[in-house]
Design a protein around this ligand. Structure first.
Ligand code: NCD
Ligand code: ZN
Length: 343
């Protein structure tokens, strides 16, 4: 059987949720990732250093015995965030500030409506080297949902980069060729995360033969030409593209309903998914840098010293997994067979 041993990866974008859910999400991520950038879109949102560190403590209680896992905390950008709080966050366990345009996704009703109000905060982040993590979607009645990312890049990200040329930014969970091209056009200070589901599926997978609520996520899946561009970027060896699962669990009943939640839960099999897709693309040798080096390098973190081993051994993704309050989670690709497994 062939095996592949790589530096332990980091998940540079994950939703761990809170309370009882942590008993499920934390072990699911910690089994393959040494660190994770933890999204702050709880309700209420994580907007202060104090809240983020209390959240970190709740997460750490659920790291299994003998497992080495470090949650890297973030703050939710909103008008109450101040310049002194940014200064205080540096060196206090905060690794980024997340921009959710108002209304763009789960719990983005607390998000930003007018970014220019927050320019002093962005300036302080630029000075401190604290990255802005961006949910890159423009939202409005005049904007088609499939165009949200492209329009965000044109209207917001391009101008933002010009105003704050030294602000470190991560364009999260990119979904379009336009995003790939924009990131490639910026020589430094801008990177992007790529999820397993946006590498695996195009929008047909979500809509063909019936509507598949477990593939509904934000940003929404796009055309095949975009999936193609993402895969090419992921396997290119370009350090501006790295792993971020955007694993975002919602109970089955919250997705299989008249108005279902957005989010794909991929954490337990994410690294096996990436390995299977990289191999299929003839680029297994590019997996380690994408999963374990480029993210750490961009964030200015030391690379992990441990390793994980993957085995080329087919596995079937379970039809469902346990969740809280008697409900279940339907994982990414439930029932599908993939060619790699975690040892
Ligand atoms: C995420 C969630 O559920 O928290 N949902 C999603 O579809 N990706 C939020 C987000 O990252 O957009
Ligand atoms: Zn997310």
């Amino acid at each position: 059987m062939s095996t592949l041993t790589i530096t332990t990866p980091d998940d540079m974008h994950v939703h761990l949720r809170d309370d009882d859910a942590l008993a499920i999400t934390v072990p699911a991520t910690a089994k393959s990732f040494a660190r994770a950038i933890v999204m702050p879109n709880l309700r209420p949102a994580v907007t202060t250093v104090k809240q983020a560190l209390a959240y970190r403590d709740r997460i750490l209680k659920h790291v299994p015995e003998g497992v080495d896992f470090t949650p890297l905390m973030t703050l939710y950008l909103n008008p109450s965030l101040t310049v002194p709080e940014i200064k205080h966050s540096v060196g206090s366990g905060i690794y980024g500030v997340k921009l959710y345009p108002h209304g763009a996704t789960t719990h983005a009703d607390q998000g930003v409506s007018d970014l220019s109000e927050l320019y002093p905060v962005l300036e302080a982040m630029q000075d401190a080297g604290l990255p802005l993590l961006i949910h890159g979607e423009a939202v409005g009645n005049d904007i088609d949902i499939f165009d949200r990312e492209t329009i965000f890049i044109e209207r917001t990200l391009g101008p933002l980069r010009q105003t704050f040329p030294a602000l470190k930014m991560v364009l999260e969970h990119i979904t379009t060729k336009d995003a790939v091209d924009f990131v490639k056009s910026i020589p430094n200070g801008l990177a992007a995360t790529i999820t397993p589901h946006h590498l695996k599926y195009n929008r047909n997978a979500m809509l063909e033969g019936g509507i598949r609520p477990h593939l509904y996520c934000m940003p929404i899946l796009k055309r095949e030409l975009h999936r193609d561009a993402l895969l090419a970027a992921a396997i290119s060896g370009d350090p501006r593209f790295f792993l971020g699962t955007d694993s975002a669990p919602h109970a089955r009943l919250k997705k299989e309903t008249a108005c279902g939640c957005a989010g794909v839960f991929s954490a337990p099999h994410a690294i096996a998914w990436y390995a299977s897709m990289f191999e299929e693309a003839g680029a297994l040798d590019k997996l380690e840098a994408f999963a374990s080096h480029f993210g750490a390098d961009f964030y200015g973190l030391p690379r992990n010293t441990g390793t994980i081993t993957l085995m080329k051994q087919a596995q079937t993704i379970p039809a469902s997994l346990p969740w809280v309050e008697g409900d279940v989670l339907i994982p990414m690709g439930a029932g599908e067979k993939i060619s790699w497994n975690l040892s």
